[in-house]
Design a binder for this molecule. Structure first.
Ligand SMILES: *Cc1c(COP(=O)(O)O)cnc(C)c1O
Length: 370
């Protein structure tokens, strides 16, 4: 699905030197590269504060801790997402309130979101799934009207840009109260291990996020609040510093792949190409088709036999996962997510796909779907 080796070969000299510098200085924890990457990333995003941490799941958890969410508080998020989003809500004793998604964009359904707001609702977690932004203008209006925090899950949409109706443009994750992202190797800005970050324009919140990520301490050995240990490794920061310079070029390469796929599959009666939001750019973390009247398992088998990888993101809606079943939900409650989970198929999507490979992939898919 990804070709991290091919991407590495092109930036090897810089990456190797960056990693070697960290080893030479034995600055493994909070070394200079962490601050340097933080500052470069703040500039790139146009945000006041980036707070690096150990992974994207931690970023979400620390954000919810810093906002003072308490057991019993309800947090609304999409039923169609990676499990991490709902996992941290549950871990903190908060109540995850799952809602259905839009059948075209796969982003959180705005009407369903509004319908599920109660007096206990404290936050909304929009997930910018597959690489484009949820409908942030509407979400921010709802949040303002109901006095709710907005925690953006930007793990799949680093670098995507959202345009408001007044023309102002903002990078994903810098619009809500706080943005949470992941540098997992296969993400659009991936390091060579685990990594994550939170972003915010709120000075006070930034202080709290930083404190909680560092054992709740403001000054060494002064622990003011309950915290966790969540740091971005210096070696990972050194990798990210190099890769950040290429991020826009990587997004352009992904868009070229998406355009190629779109052209090959558009107008096919059994294949629906991904919808593109009018308000958001797409950074194509995934290229996900909806199959109509095609045996997905058989297609995947045939693709695999011919050397084409495919994945199902995600096969089971959250409300039907064992860990998340509750009296609150029944199978059938989220018809869009249930239908989508049964018919999505993601194709290889990365920065190193050449035309010959793309021709082979699309030909192989089309032969089966004929
Ligand atoms: C990857 C991902 C996460 C979690 O990131 P980790 O760094 O793996 O903890 C959270 N939310 C979404 C939507 C993701 O895709």
């Amino acid at each position: 699905m990804v070709d991290l080796k091919g991407q590495y070969e092109k930036i090897k000299t810089e990456i190797d030197a960056g990693i070697q510098d960290v080893i030479n200085a034995t600055a493994f924890i909070n070394g200079p590269a962490v601050k340097e990457f933080q500052s470069d990333f703040e500039k790139y995003l146009g945000v006041k504060h980036v707070i690096p941490c150990a992974n994207g799941t931690d970023a979400l958890q620390i954000a919810m801790m810093a906002l003072g969410l308490k057991p019993g508080d309800e947090v609304i998020t999409a039923d169609f997402t990676y499990v991490a989003t709902a996992e941290v809500i549950g871990l903190l004793g908060l109540t995850p309130v799952l809602v259905d998604v839009d059948p075209n964009t796969f982003e959180i359904d705005i009407e369903a979101l509004e319908r599920n707001i109660t007096s206990k609702t404290k936050a909304i977690v929009p997930v910018h799934l597959f690489g484009q932004c949820a409908d942030m203008e509407k979400i921010m209006t709802i949040a303002k009207n109901h006095n709710l925090f907005v925690i953006e899950d930007v793990a799949q949409a680093i670098g995507a840009e959202y345009t408001f109706s007044n023309g102002t443009r903002h990078k994903a994750g810098t619009i809500g109260t706080v943005g949470c992202t992941s540098f997992f190797p296969s993400k659009n800005l991936g390091c060579y291990g685990d990594g994550g970050a939170m972003y915010t324009n709120d000075d006070e919140l930034a202080k709290k996020l930083r404190m909680i990520a560092s054992h709740g301490q403001s000054v060494l050995y002064m622990h003011d609040v309950l915290g966790v240990n969540s740091r971005l490794d210096t070696i990972q920061a050194a990798v990210l510093k190099v890769k950040l310079k290429h991020l826009d070029e990587y997004a352009a390469a992904r868009n070229k792949v998406a355009d190629f796929y779109d052209k090959a599959f558009a107008n096919h009666p059994k294949l629906k190409i991904p919808s593109r939001s009018k308000q958001s750019t797409h950074v194509f973390h995934q290229y996900t088709l909806l199959l109509n009247g095609i045996d997905r398992s058989k297609l995947r088998e045939q693709l695999a036999e011919r050397g084409v990888t495919s994945m199902i993101y995600y096969p089971i809606p959250l409300h039907m996962q064992k860990a998340y079943t509750s009296e609150r939900y029944q199978p059938g409650d989220f018809p869009v997510t249930e239908r989508v989970c049964a018919s999505v198929l993601s194709l290889p999507m990365h920065t190193e796909l050449d035309e010959e490979t793309l021709r082979y992939i699309t030909k192989t898919v089309l032969e089966f779907c004929a």
